[in-house]
Design a protein around this ligand. Structure first.
Ligand code: OAD
Length: 251
């Protein structure tokens, strides 16, 4: 595994050139992103300093049992997150990935994020592994409704069918949406280059997309810190998404 610090040193430039060359030759590119990709847009990660799961109880806010116990608490929290997503702007990392997609024929970006910032930056082929905070769905009849920038009004949580509106995201103990998972797995398997950006790679099955389905691809991690997969990838560009990703663009 080759590694370089993204502060502009010679090793970083050499490795970046290797990644650019690999991207140029690639017929197919797969990208897996996590919350670190949006950190420079001002959104917190989950496990880092100030991370959401350091200050909030995951079982209360991100599980079907927690929602059944206290739906108002859960919606209050997701409404605040939704408002923060709306206030945030895509950063140079999101922009670079959108630009990279435009230069490649087969490009898939699978994200664990629910903030829609990749789409707002212009990314097209985005697979949302953990759902999104654009829609609510009914716990009983599976109906869907969009909710706006302020989220779901707390007096509208009950649905007329007897169920409740819940955020259309994946909670702990739940399966990933089958179509999204299938699409991401196939894209990971056929990729020549895999970029893994801003994720601690500890939440499965999403993390498996980085290293489990393809032993042929050139796997590049972009992260300021070491992660669960740093030892297993081909190249680590140590730095932030907004700091490193623009260097991978050649035009
Ligand atoms: P984590 O909080 O686990 O990891 C965030 C990663 O981003 C860490 O490896 C950081 O080092 C890195 N990071 C921080 N700032 C960065 C920056 N500016 N540029 C690039 N990387 C940076 O978040 P995720 O890996 O996204 O799931 O967590 C995965 C899943 O766990 C989430 O989708 C969520 C959570 O529980 C659900 O809610 C289902």
């Amino acid at each position: 595994m080759a590694e370089a610090d993204g502060t502009g040193g010679g090793t970083f430039q050499t490795l970046t050139a290797d990644v650019i060359a690999a991207l140029r030759q690639a017929k197919s590119v797969f990208v897996l992103t996590g919350s670190g990709t949006s950190a420079e847009s001002g959104l917190p990660t989950f496990r880092g300093v100030g991370g959401l799961w350091r200050t909030h109880r995951v079982e209360e806010l991100a599980s079907p049992e927690g929602f059944a116990r206290d739906p108002v608490l859960v919606w209050t929290w997701y409404n605040e997150r939704k408002a923060a997503h709306e206030r945030a702007q895509p950063n140079a990392g999101h922009d670079a990935l959108a630009q990279l997609e435009r230069s490649l024929r087969d490009f898939t970006l699978a994200t664990q994020n629910v903030d829609s910032l990749h789409q707002r930056a212009g990314s097209r082929n985005v697979v949302e592994l953990h759902g999104s905070l654009r829609e609510a769905r009914c716990t009983r009849c599976d109906a869907r409704r969009l909710f706006d920038a302020t989220g779901l009004p707390l007096d509208e949580i009950d649905h007329s069918c007897g169920g409740r509106w819940r955020p259309d995201i994946v909670w702990f103990g739940e399966s990933l949406p089958p179509a999204a998972w299938h699409q991401a797995q196939e894209a990971a398997a056929r990729a020549d280059v895999i970029l893994v950006v801003g994720t601690s790679a500890v939440v499965y099955p999403a993390a498996a997309l980085a290293t489990h389905y393809n032993d042929r691809a050139f796997v590049v991690e972009i992260n300021p810190d070491r992660t669960a997969i740093s030892e297993r990838v081909d190249c680590v560009l140590t730095g932030t998404a907004a700091g490193v990703l623009p260097h991978l663009l050649t035009n």
